[in-house]
Write a protein that binds this ligand. Structure first.
Ligand code: FEO
Ligand code: CA
Ligand code: CA
Ligand code: CA
Length: 639
């Protein structure tokens, strides 16, 4: 089964892949050494004048294969919120997963992913001891979710699976040295795969979004596969729908549009369609068009429905990183996480100002761009505007785009025509606060692509990109709204001990592979979280890199130090901090995952017993995704 973010087979190729300058740069770097990575951005972070290593105030931890979280000496990691924990006054988890769907609706969902801490304002200042947290629950392992796994598959099990997806909004408070979930809380709520969401933006009402249940194309039930996220300047949360295609039963012979988004007859084995017919795309062909969006949630108003912001395009959204252009226009960077997919940027037409009425509407009116990387280290943002003529064709009715709604729903096809550069699975994006400098993780790609290499590649064994890399770019005119940029490879991941020089990478310091989560803290340090597939973790090329981990990199010196190692079978994803930098929240996702991604319910702790093996107060019985609160024992700020 291919369930989640990794190792998904490439969908229908977007035709012959155009030249891929990033791949060429990687190949050159792997052959000639890391020095070749430096491009026009050589002076990018040099202005700080810091001594190398000055950003590190901890001793790195070694790689680990233990079934535990490890943090540096002088730090502590506490468990805050694990799958099954009550969001408010409701029941806690049963160790044997016997909770029904109604109970799951009052508890943390599974597979924590992107998240954010929203501080309460106290005396006009943001609190660092009291806030709301939005936490994504990306998907479920139904082998763990039900006492007997997927045996006796039923409407009740489908309802529980849907209830374990989506987002948790919880209230948290620091009491002494401990963080606790505030129970009861009037803010606490679960948003699931069944929660009504409003449709906004140019695709609202589009014929491709209309269904028997929603003949006007205005309301969608639910959000799912909520991966990474974004935060708006007006204090709302953007949750991103990633591998939505896998939840649907598609036709035996999908059409070209369905193939482009990976709809297949088998899906990823969630089996929702067996008891919820809207997930049967042979009966409801427009239902898959209603997923793959960025969804805005207002954590401060629990009565407000989430809003699917269609102007941000429909694809397998990893995250939606928000910054502001010089004139205050809202800029949202987004990756489409699949092999050979693209990097996007939305720029609002109107600027944001404090005190605006309905600032969310800024996300309904703007231009969506897709990135084209050029060999010389420059790049262009290509507009996906209805009527626009591009290298491979126009975004016009001739090519199936009757209006802007069609362009957004068939966003990948529009980007193909524009000549976007295929990438090695763009995941998280981080923007240096108040700057035009951004980073994207390109997590890995086990396939080479039809053209991804220069002529010299015949002699180069690095035909794929199994360790991934991080690209950094700076916008033209030092303005996030610019239509040109300069780019370079910040780090080529790999194992310096690897016998194959082509796989040693260019990391300065502690090694890693498959970078995924990414965050720039207010001090300007880049936090990197890894997602090595369970099928390759601690094996083969990855034999020396240990469990998934989190590292910190100095953007100027590129020195990288390992801060945290996760338990067995987990990935690290989701990171946010209190405004004072004294608490860092981090998510451990899918501890104990098996190579098949669906656990054996007879042996739920076969791979991992985390977190109960490390935190005795945790509910046991099964490995559980969880949010950690990490602090320094001396109480000082560090993030
Ligand atoms: Fe959900 Fe691409 O990570
Ligand atoms: Ca994942
Ligand atoms: Ca990933
Ligand atoms: Ca990810």
């Amino acid at each position: 089964m291919k369930n989640t973010c990794f190792d998904i087979d490439p969908q229908e190729s977007p035709g012959d892949l155009p030249s891929n300058p990033i791949r060429r740069r990687l190949l050159a770097a792997a052959t000639l050494g890391a020095g070749t990575l430096a491009l026009p951005l050589g002076a990018l972070a040099a202005a700080s004048g810091r001594a190398a290593g000055a950003l590190f105030d901890f001793t790195g931890v070694p790689v680990s294969t233990a079934d535990a979280v490890t943090v540096p000496e002088g730090f502590r990691a506490d468990l805050l919120f694990a799958w099954g924990d009550a969001i408010s006054e409701g029941p806690g988890a049963a160790a044997d997963a016997s909770d029904d769907a109604a109970r799951q609706l009052q508890q943390a969902g599974m597979h924590h992913d992107g998240m954010h801490f929203f501080p309460f304002m106290v005396g006009g200042k943001p609190s660092s001891t009291h806030g709301l947290m939005c936490i994504n629950h990306e998907y479920t392992d139904d082998g763990l979710l039900h006492s007997d796994g997927m045996a006796g598959w039923s409407p009740e099990k489908v309802a529980k699976s849907q209830a374990a997806h989506g987002v948790s909004v919880i209230e948290v408070r620091r009491e002494g040295k401990d963080w606790v979930v505030v129970r009861p809380s009037g803010y606490a709520r679960r948003i699931t795969a069944s929660t009504p969401c409003r449709i906004a933006g140019p695709a609202r009402g589009n014929a491709l979004l209309r269904t028997a249940m929603d003949p006007r194309g205005e309301v969608i039930l639910g959000t799912l596969n909520n991966c990474a996220m974004g935060v708006t300047p007006w204090g709302t949360y953007l949750t991103c729908e990633e591998n939505f295609n896998g939840y649907f039963r598609g036709p035996a012979a999908p059409d070209a549009d369905q193939k482009r988004y990976g709809l297949s007859e088998k899906g990823f084995g969630f089996r929702w369609h067996e008891h919820d017919e809207r997930f049967d795309a042979t009966r409801h062909p427009n239902e898959p068009n209603r997923f793959g969006w960025v969804v805005e949630i207002d954590p401060w108003h629990p009565d407000r429905a989430p809003v699917k912001r269609t102007a941000l395009g429909r694809f397998k959204h990893e995250g939606a990183t928000v910054t502001l252009a010089r004139d205050g226009r809202v800029v949202v960077y987004m990756g489409d996480d699949e092999r050979f997919e693209y990097l996007y940027k939305f720029v609002s037409h109107r600027p944001w100002r404090t005190g605006m009425d309905d600032p969310g509407a800024l996300l309904d009116d703007g231009t969506l761009f897709v990135a084209q990387f050029e060999d010389d280290g420059h790049g262009r943002w290509l507009p996906l505007r209805h009527g626009e003529m591009h290298a491979k064709g126009g975004l016009t009715a001739t090519n199936g785009f009757a209006d802007q709604g069609d362009v957004l729903i068939r966003c990948r096809q529009a980007a193909d025509l524009a000549g976007a550069t295929p990438l090695d699975r763009p995941e998280w994006i981080a923007v240096r606060p108040g700057s035009d400098e951004a980073y994207v993780t390109l997590t890995n790609n086990s396939k080479r692509g039809s053209d991804g290499a220069p002529a010299t590649d015949a002699a180069n064994p690095r035909r794929d990109n199994i360790f991934g890399h991080i690209v950094r770019w700076r916008e033209g005119s030092a303005d996030a709204a610019a239509t040109t940029f300069d780019w370079e490879v910040f780090a080529l991941a790999g194992d310096p001990q690897h016998p194959d020089p082509q796989r040693q990478g260019s990391i300065r310091g502690d090694a890693y592979g498959s970078p995924d989560g990414l965050w720039l803290d207010p001090r300007g340090r880049l936090w990197i979280q890894t997602d090595v597939s369970t099928s390759t973790l601690n094996k083969g090329d990855y034999a020396r890199l240990g469990n998934n981990q989190m590292l910190v990199a100095d953007p100027r010196s590129r020195e990288t130090r390992r801060f945290l190692t996760g338990p067995k079978g987990c990935e690290l994803t989701g990171i946010t901090a209190t405004p004072d930098g004294r608490t860092l929240f981090v998510n451990i996702q899918h501890p104990g995952e098996t190579a098949s991604e669906r656990s054996d319910p007879q042996h739920p702790t076969a791979v991992s017993a985390w977190p109960a093996n490390q935190f005795p107060a945790a509910t046991g019985g099964r490995p559980r995704s969880a949010t950690l609160a990490i602090t320094r024992m001396d109480g000082k700020s560090f993030a």
